[in-house]
Design a protein around this ligand. Structure first.
Ligand code: PLP
Length: 439
């Protein structure tokens, strides 16, 4: 990915040039890498000969340009909010290829999704089934749905990103799902097309998916026997990527055929037609397609303890180290004659101990250097915040030898845009006047 020539390159572009052209901190996304990941997923499924679906999990990185890329590559989209639906529709995404998720969808969002003809709503609970049925009936629409079931599977990943266990806010517990789904027989507005589960993120082999598939098969069979015309089994996302050199990752070309071969055997043994198998990876498609470029500022050496290298971003643009203890690699982008490597801690500029990387070897870091943190394409931009009232960085897309802004850099005025002074404070100019009046 990054050949060391003079300056480091990413997806064929000089990172120092990108930093000077677009400023820092800067998210950089590569369309070529996104396309390669999607192409590998398709190749993996094509080799199995089954009907399949790939839904890109937009929560990992959604912008209008990203929706265009995904649309152009012919795969579907998983969204979790009205905002994500609007982004996709504004980008021209076919609503029929959108799956609407969420563990507590709001009535207004459900109405919006139905009105816009969103292909599938994924029902997350018994409560939500009744809500969606009521809204769809009022609107006189039939909605196609999948049920999200929590299959009780440990994904063996970080507990905060493990979502398929019974003790989870997501999905209908497996042992209650049949009763919930049978209720739809009295609900003409609800057409059940299949089942869904998502066991968690950063899963690095096929085994948890195989276990989840097995767990879902029992329920699937019962429903088919009860007369449901199911056609889809969605096994969710969660394919792990190598954040650090040497990390294990989910090899789609190896594991998808294994998962599918297992499911084919199991469905055949139960005498049920093999459904369309759908997956909805986010991180696998977007994480390695993105890097973040920063400018180094303060370098603080505490002899015998550590050296802090502070950059002009931090937990605002990448909250994952603070949230999950997520680990990243970083590199100095500008080529140097000095080849010295130093072990340092990379910190952000937020008013917190916002450590981005606890320990990393950097090439003689000093103020003014451009630093690149790799694999930041997923859950960085989409999880960013204005903490400390810092504006969010711009996002630049690389495509072949082209580059262009796909999200403008926020300004301080943007951050202030929704602030209001209530009527009773208007006309009062100083704290002193305010307090005198209040007395
Ligand atoms: N599908 C669902 C329902 C999810 O909750 C998530 C992530 O939280 C994903 C897909 C995508 O997961 P990942 O980005 O790890 O592939």
């Amino acid at each position: 990915m990054n050949e060391r020539m003079n300056n480091l390159t990413f997806s064929g572009h000089d990172t120092v040039d990108l930093a000077s052209r677009y400023g820092t901190p800067l998210y950089v996304m590569s369309e070529d890498i996104v396309a390669k990941r999607i192409s590998d997923l398709k190749t993996a499924f094509e080799s199995t000969g089954i009907q399949y679906g790939i839904n890109y999990a937009g929560k990992s990185f959604t912008t209008m340009a990203m929706c265009r890329i995904v649309d152009g590559l012919g795969i579907s989209l998983d969204v979790v909010s009205q905002g994500e639906i609007m982004t996709a529709l504004k980008a021209g995404f076919d609503p029929k290829r959108i799956y609407f998720h969420g563990s507590n969808k709001q009535p207004g969002e459900i109405r919006y999704a139905i009105e816009k003809g969103i292909g599938h709503i994924i029902i997350d609970s018994d409560y939500e089934l009744d809500l969606i049925n009521r809204i769809a009936t009022e609107m006189g629409h039939e909605v196609r749905v999948l049920f999200r079931v929590s299959p009780g599977i440990e994904a063996h990943t970080h507990e905060l990103i493990e979502t398929g266990t019974l003790d989870s806010k997501f999905g209908v517990p497996l042992n209650q799902a049949e009763d919930t789904i049978l209720k739809t027989r009295e609900m003409p507005a609800i057409q059940v097309d299949g089942l869904h589960c998502h066991i968690g993120s950063q899963v690095v082999d096929e085994q948890p998916f195989v276990l989840a598939g097995d767990a879902m098969l029992g329920l699937y069979k019962k429903l088919v026997e009860a007369g449901f015309h199911l056609e889809e089994l969605n096994l969710g996302g969660g394919f792990g990527i190598p954040y650090l050199q040497g990390d294990e990752s989910f090899d789609v070309l190896k594991y998808i055929p294994k998962m599918v071969a297992h499911l084919k055997k199991r469905f055949a043994a139960e005498g049920i037609a093999m459904p369309r198998i759908t997956v909805e990876p986010g991180r696998y498609i977007s994480a390695e397609a993105g890097v973040t470029l920063y400018t180094v500022g303060t370098v603080k050496d505490i002899p015998g303890l550590r050296k802090y290298v502070s950059v002009d971003g931090g937990m605002n643009d990448n909250p994952r180290p603070a949230l999950y203890g997520a680990e990243y690699e970083a590199f100095i982008c500008n080529g140097k004659d000095d080849e010295r490597m130093e072990k340092v801690t990379v910190s952000g500029r937020a008013c917190e101990n916002d450590t981005l990387i606890e320990s990393v070897e950097l090439n003689a870091p000093e103020a003014g250097d451009i630093l690149m943190v790799t694999n930041t394409g997923a859950y960085n931009y989409t999880m960013s915040s204005n903490y400390n009232r810092y504006p969010r960085p711009a996002v630049v897309l690389l495509s072949g030898d082209r580059s262009g802004v796909i999200v403008e850099r926020e300004t301080n005025e943007d951050v202030l845009r929704y602030d209001r002074i209530p009527d009773w404070m208007k006309g009062l100019t100083s704290c002193l006047t305010f307090h005198l009046q209040a007395c």
